[in-house]
Write a protein that binds this ligand. Sequence first.
Ligand SMILES: NC(=O)c1ccc[n+]([C@@H]2O[C@H](COP(=O)([O-])OP(=O)(O)OC[C@H]3O[C@@H](n4cnc5c(N)ncnc54)[C@H](O)[C@@H]3O)[C@@H](O)[C@H]2O)c1
Length: 253
Amino acid sequence: MTDSLRGQSGVVTGAASGLGRATALEFARLGAVVVVADVAADAGRAVVDEVRALGSDALFVEVDVTSPEATEAMVAACVAAFGALDFAVNNAGTTGTPGSVVDYPIDAWRATMAVNLDGVFFAMRAELPVMVAAGKGAIVNVASGAGLVGFAGLPAYVASKHGVVGLTKSAALEVASRGVRVNCVCPGSVRTPMLEGFMGGDERVERAMTAGVPMGRLGTPDEIASAIAFLCSDAAQYMVGHALVVDGGATVQ
Ligand SMILES: NC(=O)c1ccc[n+]([C@@H]2O[C@H](COP(=O)([O-])OP(=O)(O)OC[C@H]3O[C@@H](n4cnc5c(N)ncnc54)[C@H](O)[C@@H]3O)[C@@H](O)[C@H]2O)c1
């Protein structure tokens, strides 16, 4: 991995758990400082402690990404504390409620879209002007394999993640000529608290998920974090609007 993230600063939303936590720790290992942004304050502060134990620095900012004011404040806090917004990882998300399209509760639909799609939109609205003004920056939005193919029974999640892929491409085209790169990652099934909750401790569900992965196993949070760090680094300096699939081969079948 390139050394280009050393000394950089940025935000990771949903950094109190799972992929976001792993990403914050990966950036710390690469010498970057991080705003750990999440609704979960205690868990977020614990991640700040983990970052500091790695010899880097971090700041916890309590953020609900469904609020545009909160994402503005998150970006302002990063610039105030660390002087720049070099990277942003818009990762906060929820699986929402399983259900069929016709029966899907409208409140559950709106709640899922609010976190997964509005949240990325609000974050980028706050992040892009700062990066464009600086003439540099990299954003990675966390979509999903469910942003590329459908899954019966998860309509809001799948629609929101397809939205993230489209929003990524659209934003990327707006700022590509101004030194700012916007990309997204599409993880497969990765063992995190979210996935554990979705599997509900049922080994048959886990076996079925694993059976659909050519590599024969779930992914690890670190495997997604390293792809995110790569996209933010100079090693990916010619990558724009890309949806990077990290899924053990699940979606190429
Ligand atoms: N785990 C997987 O298999 C998988 C696969 C593909 C995509 N993803 C995506 O990766 C991202 C992270 O998922 P994870 O598996 O690490 O889940 P997780 O539940 O372990 O972590 C999600 C984090 O987001 C935070 N969050 C939720 N709503 C928020 C809000 N409104 N504002 C701020 N923070 C909020 C939670 O508090 C939590 O800390 C999500 O966008 C998810 O859709 C996960």
